[in-house]
Design a protein around this ligand. Structure first.
Ligand SMILES: [Zn+2]
Length: 438
């Protein structure tokens, strides 16, 4: 495996002290960050075997983690905007989604991965059906992923929920140990769409195989009201009652919580996967992230699927998270830039079960580079401030995962962009021309 010596103008480490190094160096061997510090110090440990990369005009930082998405849905980007969740779901997604074949979802995944890489994402957490195909495509990209086969029915893949659970187990057993960058979990859609018996089976299977459970919780007011009516408790109380939390619980959305919900999430050691743009666009509301952080909950950020966002740009989610709570609470001190940046990187790594101490020695070499010569990066008084408040994902030039370049000088190294985009467009055209399923 290649060895690299990298020189950078600034390195945002997101380590314990949130150190930012100026004129820094990174020594990378076998996918691991062996040395980090001032360039002059680090260079002393290099040999002729290290390839030198000069990024004196870059800011380097840990790559982003997109902690909640449905990657094949990239084929349905823009299918329905400016509508209620009910219309979006009942009249569009559930009418067109079954037109997507297993084969189509491979291309949808590749399209999504192109976009993730261009936006500096080094790993993502997904929940969808056709996960065997999602895994096959992701396997080609060099990205990290925690893939959670959706347990949900009816879907294009499974008629009954038992069938979808069997399929999930089959995929997990097939893929476990095949690619060290891919890990697996279970993705029951939500408490309202999965009955108690099935939740019990899922939890048991997750415990036996030590798998995370990734589900949607308290996304809309309607969902919380329905839960109160059906079980006399909130969706969070419901999963607590079902004894979740014995394996890692990844709770997407959590927009409508009360103090007790937050207490229970903390007790279950859950990670909340917050998706602020998707929540705004479907008008689900705004998750109270400051209160979750105050309760000691790990909060990571995601985009959700591109049918409800409509892109996979993590920097937009990070910036929105840093801004929106300031505005709502008339308090500019809420969610400082570094906190938002950690939510889009380190906290997502924690959710994926990866190292999460930032760019320190022995961490995985999952790093991204921002172009310091971009106009919006000048002057650069504070690199963290520039990343969160002024620069753009278009200024991302390089992405390295596990010591390998997936994107170098803005060129994809693992994927054929033109061919993927062409194929994706023809699939979407076919899906639309087939019309809705009545
Ligand atoms: Zn979702």
């Amino acid at each position: 495996m290649a060895k690299w010596l990298i020189k950078a103008k600034y390195i945002i480490t997101l380590d314990e002290k949130d150190s930012v190094l100026e004129d820094g160096g990174l020594l990378i061997e076998d996918g691991i960050l062996k040395k980090i510090g001032s360039y002059d110090e680090v260079a002393k440990f290099s040999s002729d075997n290290h390839k030198f990369i000069d990024r004196s005009d870059s800011i380097v930082m840990p790559g982003f983690i997109n902690a909640h998405t449905h990657i094949p849905m990239n084929l349905l980007r823009g299918i329905c905007d400016d509508q209620t969740l009910e219309v979006w779901l009942n009249d569009y997604i559930w009418k067109y989604e079954p037109r997507m074949t297993a084969e189509d979802s491979k291309t949808g995944t590749l399209l999504g991965c192109l976009e993730l890489i261009e936006n500096g994402v080094v790993g993502f957490i997904d929940q969808y059906f056709y996960v065997d195909e999602v895994a096959q495509s992701t396997d080609q990209t060099g990205l990290r992923a925690l893939l959670c086969p959706g347990v949900f029915a009816p879907s294009a893949e499974s008629k009954t929920i038992e069938e979808s659970f069997d399929k999930a187990k089959e995929i997990i057993e097939k893929w476990t140990g095949k690619n060290k960058l891919l890990s697996f979990g279970l993705g029951p859609h939500a408490p309202y769409s999965v009955e108690k018996d099935m939740f019990d089976k899922l939890r048991q299977y997750a415990e036996e195989h030590n798998l995370p459970i990734h589900t949607h919780l308290s996304e809309s007011k309607y969902e919380v009201a329905q839960a109160q009516e059906k079980w006399g408790m909130s969706p969070i109380e419901r999963v607590y009652d079902l004894k979740f939390g014995s394996t890692p619980l990844l709770a997407a959305h959590c927009v409508h919580l009360d103090d007790n919900d937050r207490k229970l999430l903390k007790e279950m050691n859950a990670t909340v996967l917050s998706n602020p743009q998707s929540n705004l666009k479907i008008a689900s509301g705004i998750a109270d992230v400051p209160k979750m952080l105050d309760a000691g909950i790990n909060v990571a950020l995601g985009t959700d699927g591109t049918a409800s966002n409509n892109n996979l740009d993590m920097l937009e989610e990070i910036r929105l998270t840093a801004l929106i709570h300031k505005g709502i609470h008339y308090d500019p001190r809420l969610i400082p830039a570094t906190v938002a940046l950690r939510m889009g990187t380190i906290n997502g790594r924690k959710a994926m079960g990866l190292d999460s101490d930032g760019l320190v020695e022995e961490a995985a070499a999952d790093i991204i580079f921002f172009d310091l010569s971009a106009t919006s990066n000048n002057p650069c008084i504070n690199p963290v401030s520039n990343i969160v408040y002024s620069t753009s994902s278009r200024d991302i030039t390089d992405v390295m995962v596990d010591g390998k370049w997936l994107y170098f000088n803005k060129e994809h190294k693992t994927l054929d962009k033109k061919a993927i985009i062409e194929k994706a467009n023809s699939i979407t055209k076919r899906i639309l021309s087939q019309g809705i399923i009545e």
